[in-house]
Design a protein around this ligand. Sequence first.
Ligand SMILES: [Cu+2]
Length: 351
Amino acid sequence: MVRRTGVFVAALFAVAAVALPASASAALKTVYAGPPPSAQPALQQYGADVNNFFRHRVTIHEGDTVEWSVQGFHTIDIPPVGQGDLPLILPGPIVTGVNDAAGNRFWFNGKVPSINLNPALFGPSGGSSYNGTARVDSGLPLGPPARFKVTFTKAGTYTYFCDVHAGMQGTIVVREPRQPIPSAAQDARALNRQVNRAVRIAKRLSQTVVTGNNVDLGSAGPQGVEVFAMFPSSLTVHRGTVVRFSMTPLSREVHTAAFGPQDYLNMLSNSVGGPPPWDQQAVYPSDRATVNPIPLTPTTHGNGFGNTGFMDSDATTPLPTSGQIKFNAPGTYHYQCLIHPFMTGTITVTP
Ligand SMILES: [Cu+2]
C-alpha cells in the first residue's frame, strides 16, 4: 500500500512539474535516508551501506516540502531547534527467567534492566508540518520503500537525525521566499558528489586489515560509510587465546559476535530483528558479570553459546565498544552478528 501511494504521488508531481512555469521554484525536494537506489550496486560490490542522508544538506523555501525516501532501517527525527534525537533503546524491567540450553540461569537475571526499542518510535508523531518549535518524527518501522513528507513553514537551519543510527544526521536550510536556493541541476550534482565520495570510502574500507588476536565488527569510515563484514573473516589461534571483538570508532551501528549452533543463533537473531520484547540473551554478554573474558568451548552453556552482546561506538549509550572471548578448546567456531546475520566469521582454534 505504501509503495502504491508513493508511485501515485510521484506521478502527480511529475505532471505538476510540467504544468508549472519554468520560473516557479520547486515545491518539493527528495532526500534519501540511506544511499539512493542508483548508488546501491556500486556500494554493494564492497559490502557497504551508508548511514547518512543523501543529500546530506538540502536548501528549500519557506512553505516547501521535503520528501524522504527511506532506503534502509532509518527514521527521520526533526527535533525542536537545539534539541537532540530520541533514544533508540530504553531500559525496562529487570531481566528474569532467562536460562541457557543447559537450563542454567544467565548471570544477568535479576541484575540488569531489559533493553528494548523505545516505544515512542513505534509510530509517527508530530504531524507533517515543522516550524522549529515541536518535534516531528517518522517513527519505526520504516523500511524501503517508505516515504515521509514534512512541510517547513519557517525560515531557519534545522538539524535532523535518524533515531536508529547514532551520528546519522542531516540539515534542512529553509530560506525566505525571495532568497535564492539551488536548482534541481545543482542538487543533482551535489548528490552525485556525495555518492561518489561514499563509494571511494567504501572501496578503501573494504581493504581493511586487522592484525593480532583481534576482529573488527564492520569497518566504518567518514560520512556514515560502513562495510558490513568481520575483519578478518577467518582467524586461527592457539587454544587458550583471548580474541578481542571490537566496534570501529566511526560506526553508527550496533553489532554482536555470537557463537553457537546455527538454529540457536537464528532464534536470537529473529528476536532482535522483530518486535519487542527482545530475547535478552542477544543483548547482554553471555558471561561478562562473572568472568571476563568470556570463556568458550563447544559445550559452554550446554550448546557452545557465547556472545559479546550488543556493542556500539556511541558514548551516549551504556553499550560496550568491545568484548573478549577466550577459546579454551580446539575446534572450528562459526559466529555472526545477531543484528546483521550476514556478517559471519570463523575462529579456528589449534591444540
Ligand atoms: Cu551487526
